[in-house]
Design a binder for this molecule. Sequence first.
Ligand SMILES: Nc1ncnc2c1ncn2[C@@H]1O[C@H](COP(=O)(O)OP(=O)(O)OP(=O)(O)O)[C@@H](O)[C@H]1O
Length: 265
Amino acid sequence: MSILRIENCSISYDEDKYAVEQVSLDVEEGEIVSIVGESGSGKTTLIRGVMGLLPSGGQISGGKIWFKDRELTAMTEAELQAIRGKLMAMIFQDPGLSLDPVNRIESQYRESIRTHNKRLSRDTCRDMAKKMLKAMHLTDADRVLRSYPIELSGGMKQRVGIAMGMTARPLLLLADEPTSALDVTIQAQVVREMKELRDTYGTSIVLVTHNMGVASYLSDKIGVMNQGRLVEYGTRGEVIFHPKEAYTRSLLDAVPKLGGKRYGE
Ligand SMILES: Nc1ncnc2c1ncn2[C@@H]1O[C@H](COP(=O)(O)OP(=O)(O)OP(=O)(O)O)[C@@H](O)[C@H]1O
């Protein structure tokens, strides 16, 4: 069954220009879909539109978005809020920005869990947090929980962000460039850990990235956006090895080769 279905969706900030134009795509249960494209191609706008979190001035000007059998584009803000964070979570590019610098990780984590489960005890919240932090390979979870954000590295903060997003076991995780602020080695680890989370919990993931290498490693399907349009959409194998569009080929050609190979095959 589709977890996310986007049908002919257009999103605009100005009346006469579309940031996203007539995009349609399907994300199945447990599937990882990457949306690739250059800066300004509309990737962030598309996933913010799915979450109902467009910046002011942005609006869905056409089409429909479905989460399972419920139409998101017909929901009130209160209905969307009930879904956000619980069934559908979003992770942002800069892990530092979503954490409050003056509070320890544990209290922020607890607050995020209690948004949807008000009655859970401190101990229960702590156990839930520790379990998910360990799943993200933060082995010294106690120390992480005691820390302030400034005491953690960029990679650790991003793992905390992903763990927090995953604690409610959402069916869909939307991740906007979740690794691009990290250095290359840490990036590869975090990407691998996201894949493990999908394997463990069956979460569908939509990943926005400008990095075709990351998309190729992680995805079941890849969508390519150019100037607001989804110009290519298919399985990883189709898009990487048999791209239909010259634009996709140009993105593929830009991926650096490692040991004469680009995609580890
Ligand atoms: N808050 C906003 N107000 C007005 N226009 C915006 C706003 N946010 C984005 N846009 C415009 O919408 C288009 C798509 O931008 P978007 O940020 O979705 O692209 P992107 O592919 O995610 O780029 P990046 O990789 O740089 O984040 C661009 O033309 C951009 O200028």
